[in-house]
Design a protein around this ligand. Structure first.
Ligand SMILES: C[S@@+](CC[C@H](N)C(=O)[O-])C[C@H]1O[C@@H](n2cnc3c(N)ncnc32)[C@H](O)[C@@H]1O
Length: 508
């Protein structure tokens, strides 16, 4: 019997979500890449400081943890909680003395209850892959040894990447990440991965590979009798494959063949800590089989989610920022058009929208951009005029852009429309959409109407150059009027029909 795949995206704090939503023994594989700004100076991270702002305000790019009153409370809860295994309490307590109240200690206090939840949620045959770097990996390993048991440690994988930038004369360039792998029980999934054949072997036998990149013992016997004669063992059936171009030696625990996501990478979404799909594919293929459930509680731009979907696994992604969720939704739309998944934690009505704005104006902006059918601007938020954009096709080869600006506050004014008009002109985008949480004033609507129309060259249909739409309208299913994003207007979520004839338009 085949069961429907699980596809769930949660917006919120992973500790609460794992506690409330993820059942015991239900997950096959957890990959996590928790935020830790180790690009900052090591010395800064080891400085004690309790005067920093609340951790609740953490955003995707402010990914350093600080010791605050909340951390102190979390620490007390952890050590006082009877359910925390004694070995774990002892380990975290032991770190407290040498580390004091610095950022590393705050990070460990944040991580420990989450690691306990991950352990609880894993199936007895499940495994965890924890992505970190040398700044804190040694402390994390001690905690993981206590949470999983030291005998459950599988690997410390070193992902060494190509030298992209960075100069130092005081020590070697730091160019690797560490991935700690643990199993929950005595049995776990490990599908052996192989790298490509060694280049020298490939060159030596190049003339004898068949069209599928394989050489049989029979071919070897005929082409290189000396080598054949020196083999220690030969199968009875000489048509067995002895060399396969795609099946080299078994991969060790250090990987050098995966390129990080650079600014120019095709898969790049502009998310600073985005990991390559190839890395996640390798981990998922190794540690799970088709149909398995993969959880990423710090899912960022959704690399795990996208890789799991591509490999036929069920997935659950959690992130605390809407910038991340917006990017994931865009990514899923681009990579898997029409995909359906459950989304939890996002506002469903105006009360929820208000609550999100109060919690985090930046997350509100990213949520509103996504709801309007746009792509969040990773640099948006704060005072940035452009919070996101909607792409559409001007013709078969040229993309047009619609600038999205979001205003979540109670007060809206004509100046916001004028600012958007100015941004659209400066940025040379085709149109602009202002998304407000409260209804626009009459003056705003008049100012927007005065901006005139954009004429879509494809069929001369007209669209308001500047549109205003509220989050309530978006929640009711209304969308800005735009030409189709790609393909035919039938496929596009914002499909338009010719205003007079209702005829469907196609760019195919
Ligand atoms: C290093 S990034 C993950 C990058 C991801 N692996 C990728 O490939 O894009 C860490 C993510 O964890 C999220 N995060 C931080 N604290 C969180 C929490 N308590 N609950 C859920 N997500 C959290 C951040 O918003 C950020 O998107």
């Amino acid at each position: 019997m085949t069961t429907a795949p699980i596809r769930k995206l949660f917006f919120g704090d992973n500790l609460e979500i794992m506690r409330d939503e993820i059942a015991d023994d239900s997950i096959d594989l957890v990959y996590l890449d928790p935020p830790f700004n180790s690009n900052r100076s090591y010395n800064v991270l080891f400085r004690g400081d309790d005067s920093r702002p609340s951790q609740a305000r953490i955003e995707a790019f402010d990914d350093t943890w600080h010791w605050t009153r909340e951390t102190e409370a979390e620490y007390d809860n952890l050590v006082a909680n009877r359910e925390t295994p004694r070995e774990v309490t002892k380990a975290i307590d032991a770190f407290r003395r040498p580390l004091g109240k610095n950022d590393v200690m705050a990070y460990l206090v944040m991580m420990t209850p989450r690691l306990l939840e991950i352990h609880r949620a894993l199936k007895p045959t499940g495994a965890m892959y924890l992505h970190c770097d040398p700044t804190a990996s040694h402390y994390l390993k001690v905690i993981c040894d206590q949470v999983f048991g030291p005998t459950r440690f599988l690997n410390e994988i070193v992902w060494a990447y190509r030298d992209v930038g960075g100069k130092t004369t005081k020590y070697f360039k730091r160019k690797h990440d560490t991935i700690l792998a643990y199993a929950k029980g005595d049995e776990w999934t490990h599908n052996v991965q192989r790298g490509p054949l060694a280049v020298t072997t490939q060159k030596r036998y190049a003339p004898y590979f068949d069209a599928d990149g394989k050489i049989t013992y029979r071919t070897l016997k005929e082409s290189s009798p000396g080598v054949f004669a020196s083999l220690r063992s030969v199968p009875d059936d000489l048509d067995e494959v002895c060399l396969d171009r795609s099946q080299g030696t078994q991969l060790p625990d250090w990987w050098t063949d995966i390129t990080p996501v650079t600014r120019r990478a095709l898969e790049g979404l502009g998310f600073q800590t985005q990991k390559p799909v190839a890395l996640l594919e390798r981990i998922i293929k190794t540690a799970s089989d088709e149909g398995a459930v993969v959880l990423d509680p710090f899912c960022g731009s959704g690399t795990t989610v996208a890789a799991a979907e591509g490999l036929g696994r069920s997935w659950i992604g959690i992130d605390i920022t809407y910038l991340a969720l917006g990017l994931i939704k865009q990514r899923l739309r681009d990579d898997y058009p029409g995909i359906e998944y459950e989304e939890q934690g996002s506002p469903k009505d105006s009360v929820g929208a208000r609550a999100l704005f109060d919690l985090s104006p930046e997350s509100f902006e990213m949520w509103a951009v996504t709801l309007a059918g746009g792509r969040p601007n990773p640099k948006g938020g704060g005072d940035e005029a452009i919070d996101g954009g909607i792409r559409f096709l001007i013709d078969k080869e040229t993309a047009g852009w619609i600038t999205i600006s979001v205003k979540g506050g109670d007060n809206v004014s004509v100046s916001m429309v004028r600012d958007l008009i100015g941004t659209v002109e400066n940025e040379k985008t085709e149109m602009g959409v202002l998304v407000t949480r409260v209804p626009p004033t009459k003056g705003m609507l008049e100012e927007a109407a005065r901006a005139g129309s954009y004429v879509w060259p494809f069929n001369e249909s007209r669209f308001p150059k500047i549109q205003i739409i509220t989050t309530d309208e978006l929640l009711r299913g209304e969308r800005p009027k735009t030409p189709p994003e790609s393909g035919t207007s039938e496929q596009a979520p914002n499909a338009i029909r010719d205003a007079d004839s209702g005829e469907q338009l196609s760019l195919d």
